[in-house]
Design a protein around this ligand. Structure first.
Ligand SMILES: C[S@@+](CC[C@H](N)C(=O)[O-])C[C@H]1O[C@@H](n2cnc3c(N)ncnc32)[C@H](O)[C@@H]1O
Length: 236
């Protein structure tokens, strides 16, 4: 089989990798991204790992099917304990919660040495991940959105480098994403405006003890997200 069709989410992650001699895909599951990278010549060697044996077996079968067994190393491992700083230049962690991705990254100090490109695709809690990246000397160089079956996903490319502390809203919509101006951005902003508005309404109408600081923080985030949306409309 010569081609592999990736979902839009995985294609966005794979394309953000650019070209790399060696890539590590942590939590590879089916192994589709490593197979795509090897077949397209974007990577020469991929270390694909998973914490569970069944996904690795799927990845092995898929690699065989697509003729990419050479160049693919499959490792049963949780997190990145099997990697050293020189194992790969690009590390992909996709399809996990933002807090899990941050936890995995926090286990190896070399990830923020400025010599690695991190491709991160949080399914939830991206604010926690973006906050972790900032606190660990990594900055978001690029960000993309991708839609599959009506769901919009964010993909981040982070590298070593400092940046100003991200505001509450920039932890949801990073500056790099605003700069890319993808057609999905307006809908994505709208989704988050609705989510923050609902949370705010819940906090304000709660019969329990109110947290004025948290309410003020959410109000600030909402205001900034509305401002971002206004900025997009002005450019149309
Ligand atoms: C939802 S799948 C995502 C697969 C693929 N990366 C994608 O984005 O489509 C998550 C995969 O990560 C694996 N996984 C979960 N926690 C992990 C960890 N701490 N280290 C390595 N793999 C993990 C799971 O076994 C599963 O195969």
């Amino acid at each position: 089989m010569n081609t592999i069709r990736l979902s839009n989410r995985l294609l966005a992650a794979a394309e953000l990798c650019g070209e790399s001699e060696r890539v590590a895909d942590v939590g590879t599951d089916h192994g589709y991204v490593p197979i795509w990278l090897l077949k397209s010549g974007r990577a020469q060697y991929v270390i694909a790992s998973d914490i569970n044996p069944e996904p690795l077996e799927n990845a092995r079968r898929n690699a065989e099917l697509h003729g990419t067994k050479n160049g693919l190393e499959l490792i049963l491992s949780g997190g990145i304990s099997h990697l050293r700083a020189d194992s790969a230049e690009t590390i992909i962690i996709a399809g996990m919660g933002g807090e899990t991705i941050a936890d995995i990254l926090s286990r190896a100090s070399w990830v923020s040495d400025g010599r690695h490109r991190l491709i991160l695709q949080p399914m939830t809690k991206q604010s926690e991940l973006i906050d972790w990246l900032y606190r660990n000397g990594l900055f978001i160089k690029r960000a993309r959105l991708a839609e599959d079956n009506g769901e919009i996903y964010i993909v981040l490319l982070a590298e070593g480098g400092s940046s100003a502390p991200p505001s509450g809203a920039a932890r949801i919509i990073p500056e790099a994403l605003m700069a890319e101006r993808t057609p999905l951005l307006s809908r994505y902003l709208e989704l988050h405006i609705k989510r923050i508005s609902n949370a705010l309404e819940g906090m304000k109408s709660s019969k329990g003890k109110k947290d004025p600081e948290r309410i003020a923080e959410y109000e600030r985030i909402l205001e900034e997200l509305m401002f971002m949306k206004g900025g997009l409309q002005c450019l149309r």
